[in-house]
Design a binder for this molecule. Structure first.
Ligand SMILES: NC(=O)c1ccc[n+]([C@@H]2O[C@H](COP(=O)([O-])OP(=O)(O)OC[C@H]3O[C@@H](n4cnc5c(N)ncnc54)[C@H](OP(=O)(O)O)[C@@H]3O)[C@@H](O)[C@H]2O)c1
Length: 289
């Protein structure tokens, strides 16, 4: 049986659906069973646990063969603790394989707020003795749309401190496809893949693609970090304005521009282009136009 954490979230839900449709026995780890019933396929096995509850994690992982650990989110020390608890509980439960969603830039020299958190989780996995597959995922198309593009649709200007840095965005649906494919065919040792879109785009191109999809102009302007922090902190709680500003710094250092073929090798399909993602996302939510 494969257990999926974050099973009520965007990626977890899609992974659960894909694994069920492939015929696997799937358990969903959830915090609120009643709320989860509304979001997950009927009849799915549910195990209740919070990443902060070590005993509940142990119970949830009992009898599980494969763990899909969808990364947690929030303040860095909290996320680090969540990943640590989940990996330690998986080792104690003799889980045979772990699939983990990591990030592209875990480098020691990275300015990104979350780089040390994911470096820690990857190190723990590598040392755990449990066979594991790490998927280092690029920026989600959905993230770029929700947090950077949509908020600018009225002003017509996307001001980010990314310099001329490029990213190769991948949709959450495609991340879920890669996660499900890996979890369905677990490797016997430790493997790391990089999951990106098939094209590295600068933010001028990203803004232009959004403008085309929405039928209105959006222009990118590379701004200073402080200007971004001022505008972002008016909209976002901490740690997000700081986290996003440091993500931009990582992009400006060209740490997110790598294009990998791993997605196609794993899923035998091409990733959705950013343009096709935008057309799909904007046509399925007309209220955003
Ligand atoms: N690469 C990128 O661009 C990018 C962007 C954003 C996020 N991410 C990462 O990708 C992950 C998955 O994205 P997503 O869109 O699927 O996230 P999401 O929709 O926000 O889902 C988060 C899931 O985590 C669960 N969760 C939160 N706190 C928990 C806790 N303390 N214990 C157990 N479960 C908990 C939530 O459960 P409830 O339903 O109970 O809240 C939910 O199922 C994120 O968590 C983040 O680490 C990556």
């Amino acid at each position: 049986m494969i257990l999926v954490t974050g099973a009520t979230g965007h990626i977890g839900r899609a992974v659960v659906r894909r694994l069920v449709s492939l015929g696997h026995d799937v358990a969903a780890m959830v915090r609120d069973v009643e709320a989860a019933r509304l979001r997950l396929p009927s009849g799915i096995v549910m195990r209740m646990a919070d990443y902060d509850d070590v005993a509940a994690l142990g119970n949830a992982f009992a009898g599980i063969d494969g763990l899909v650990l969808i990364s947690s989110d929030g303040e860095a020390t909290t996320v680090l603790r969540h990943h640590t608890n989940a990996i330690e509980a998986a080792v104690a439960a003799n889980i045979r394989h772990i699939t983990f969603t990591s990030i592209i830039d875990i480098d020691e020299g990275s300015p990104f707020y979350f780089a040390p958190v994911y470096r820690d989780a990857e190190t723990r996995l590598a040392l755990s003795g449990v066979p594991s597959t790490v998927l280092r995922c690029g920026l989600y198309c959905d993230f770029i749309l929700e947090y950077w593009l949509d908020p600018c649709r009225t002003s017509g200007e996307l001001a980010l401190p990314v310099g001329g840095g490029r990213v190769a965005p991948i949709s959450r649906d495609d991340v879920a496809a890669a996660v499900a494919a890996v979890a369905a065919r677990p490797e016997k040792s430790h493997a790391t893949y990089t999951i990106t879109g098939d094209q590295a785009l600068d933010f001028g191109k990203i803004a232009a693609a959004y403008g085309q999809a929405m039928g209105r102009q959006l222009r990118h302007r590379a701004c200073a970090k402080n200007e971004y922090l001022t505008s972002a902190s008016a909209r976002l709680d901490e740690p997000w304005s700081h986290a996003f500003a440091t993500l931009c710094a990582s992009i400006a250092e060209d740490r997110y521009s790598h294009v990998s073929k791993d997605f196609t090798d794993i899923t035998c399909q091409a990733p959705e282009s950013f343009r096709d993602f935008l057309l799909r996302a904007t046509s399925s939510s007309p209220a955003q136009i």
